[in-house]
Design a protein around this ligand. Structure first.
Ligand code: KIV
Length: 262
């Protein structure tokens, strides 16, 4: 898949699947899977580094993970997240951040928000870097939202998100992530835009879906928001495998003669 395939998929009515990926070993697995595209999301600050929000992701942190993913998944389109405030520190700093992510191996950048930064986004796009937008619940603004809450529930808020979506299309974004908004709003935006929408908690009418890999694998069995489906009991499976190994070591059953150099 390349950047042009996104709108081609929308035209053909074919869905787009996207999943987060942060490291080399999972990138290798995903490279051999059918998934359409990989997102090195700034959620890695939480999932990989244990912070309580995505505001702790830095440009260098993103570049390190993007490089690992690109090496592990040379056959996949890689989306790299621009981290907290990186497009708000002036054009030169924004372009330096974009350069780091692209040189690390990203095929495009994803940027949260629209208002107050459309000129910077347009400049990035005119500089030859494809930009994916991100509206609805924007985790980098979680403090302003008063928590991880569904956005666009009333008419005024919904209109604001729709207007922002149109302005991102106008600015030249090639696709748009919609996070945690009512399904009707996800449908309306998807119908009104010519660029594809990729939803997470935005209902089934968006042109594609994205999930955090660790969430869909059920690695944290206590995390089960309404929009999430666990495709594996990852937490229990990993714990059981490690406990099995532990028991074998204690019982002297590992390593066996076959696993021992003569
Ligand atoms: O960082 C991330 O994982 C994301 C997805 C939730 C879309 O932006």
């Amino acid at each position: 898949m390349n950047v042009l395939d996104f709108s081609a998929r929308k035209c053909a009515g074919e869905k787009i699947s996207m999943v987060t990926c942060y490291d080399f070993w999972s990138a290798r697995i995903l490279n051999s899977s059918d998934i359409d595209t990989l997102l090195v999301g700034d959620s890695l600050a939480m999932i990989m580094h244990g912070y309580d929000s995505t505001v702790h992701a830095t440009v260098d942190m993103m570049a390190t993970h993007i490089a690992a993913v690109r090496k592990g998944a040379p056959g996949k389109f890689v989306v790299g997240d621009m981290p907290f405030l990186s497009v708000r520190k002036g054009l030169v700093n924004a372009l330096d951040a974009v350069a780091k992510l692209m040189q690390a191996g990203s095929h495009c950048v994803k940027i949260e928000g629209a208002q107050g930064q459309l000129d910077v986004m347009e400049h990035i796009i005119e500089s030859g870097v494809p930009v994916m937008g991100h509206l609805g619940l924007m985790p980098q603004s979680v403090q302003a939202f008063g928590g991880h809450k569904v956005q666009g529930r009333n008419k005024h808020a919904a209109d604001k998100i729709l207007d922002a979506a149109k302005s991102l299309e106008q600015a030249g974004c090639f696709a748009l992530v919609l996070e945690c908004i009512p399904a009707d709003l996800g449908k309306l935006i998807t119908q009104q835009l010519s660029i594809p929408t990729i939803g997470i908690g935005a209902g089934s009418h968006t042109d594609g879906q994205v999930l955090v890999l660790h969430d869909l694998l059920g690695m944290d069995d206590s995390f089960k928001p309404k929009f999430l489906r666990h495709y594996l009991c990852g937490n229990a499976s990993v714990r059981s495998a490690v406990n099995h190994y532990h028991a074998d070591v204690h019982a002297g059953l590992f390593p066996s003669a076959k696993e021992t150099y003569a």
